[in-house]
Write a protein that binds this ligand. Sequence first.
Ligand SMILES: Cc1ncc(COP(=O)(O)O)c(C=O)c1O
Length: 388
Amino acid sequence: MQTKFAKRVTTASRSFTRTILDLTAQSDIISFAGGLPDADLFPRKAIQKHAMHLFEHHDNRLFQYSNASGVLALKSEIAKQYPNTTHHEIMLTNGSQQGLDLVCKTFLDARDCIVVEDPSYLAALGLFHLYDVDIEAVTLHPDGIDTKGLGHVFKTKKPKFFYTIPIFQNPTGYSYSLENKREVVRLAKEYRVILLEDSPYEALRYEGVAQSSFAQLLPELTINLGTFSKTLAPDFRIGWIKAPKEIISALTLSKESTDLQNSKFFQTICAMMIQNGELHKHTQTLIAHYRHKRDIMVRALKDAFEEDVDMVIPEGGMFLWVTFKGCKDSMALFEKGIEKGVAFVPGSVFFADKRTSSFARLNYTNSTPEEIEVGVKRLYDAYAEIRA
Ligand SMILES: Cc1ncc(COP(=O)(O)O)c(C=O)c1O
C-alpha cells in the first residue's frame, strides 16, 4: 500500500542531522558533529535535591494539567532578564525549537516569504521548508548580516519575518556588531518586518562584552527565543518566547492546539535553580570548561593544519566554523573523516542552496580534551589524503 503523506513531507530531504546521529552513534568515531552540551556537566545533584523537595512539599496537584503559557515563577524570572518586561510578555515552550514552530504556525501562509541568514541553523531551515514558504537567504559576515542585501529583500519581497541568530550563531559562531544591529533595526522599522531573534547561546559568553539584543533595541517588532537546553539540560525541554502581549496571546493559542502545556515539574525545578543562584553558578562552570575546550581545539587545528586552516575565533557558544583551504568540498573531507574515525558537519548543509563549500562546523563542547586532540589529528590525516 502506498502511504499518502502530505506533499511537504514527501519533498523534504532526509535530515542530515539524522545521518550524523546514525554515524556518530558508532563508538569508534570521535564526533565534532552534533551541537551537544557536555553531559558530564549536567547538574545532577542539584536537580535531584529540588526534585526531592517538590515531592516532599507538594501534593498530587503538581502533576495535574495547568495553563499553556507555563509556570508563573519561571516566567517571572525570565522577564527579569529584559528591561520593562512582565510575565505577560513571556511564554514557555518545549525548547526553543517549538518556539520556532509556533511562530511559523501562527504567522505563515503557504508562499509567504521569510528571510534567513546564509548560512543558518539546519533544523530551522528544515522546519521552514515544511511550511511551504519562499526562503530568501542573505549573506552573513563575521560582524553581522549584509544589510544592503537585507534591505533589498525587505523592500522587494515583503517578508513576514527575518530569522536571525545574532549571538554566537549556529553554525558560524559569528556575532553581530552593535552598528550592524542598529542598521537591521532601522530596516525592520522602515519595512515593518518582524525580527525573529533566536538566542540559545547568549549565556555561554567566555569573553568580550554583550551588545544589546534586538529584543532590547526594537521590542515592539521582535520575537525573542531563549532556552535552558544549553545551560541546564536539553532533556528538560524548556525554552521561552518573549514578545509583545498580543503576539504572546496568539502564540499561546497555537501552543494549546499543539501540546496543551509542558511539564510543570521541570519548569518549577528550573525556577528554583534560578531563584537560589545555582543556575548562574553552574553557567559560570560551563563557561570555564567550554572556553578551555575551545582553546584546545583552536590550538590543535593550528598545530596540525598550520597555514591551511582559517577561522574567526568565537567569544562564546559551542562551535568553530572553519575553512580548510586545500579542500574545495568539505563533504569529501567528511566522508574521508568517517573512514578515519572523526565526524563534523560539512558547511554545505547550512546554506540555503546547499552549495559546495570548504567550510566545516566543529563542535568542541561534547568531546574531552583528549578526544579533541586525537580527533583533530584524524581530521588532518583525512585532509592530507584528499587535499588539492
Ligand atoms: C540556533 C538554535 N535554535 C534552536 C535550537 C533548539 O534548541 P532547544 O529546542 O533545545 O531549546 C538550537 C539547538 O541546537 C539552535 O542551535
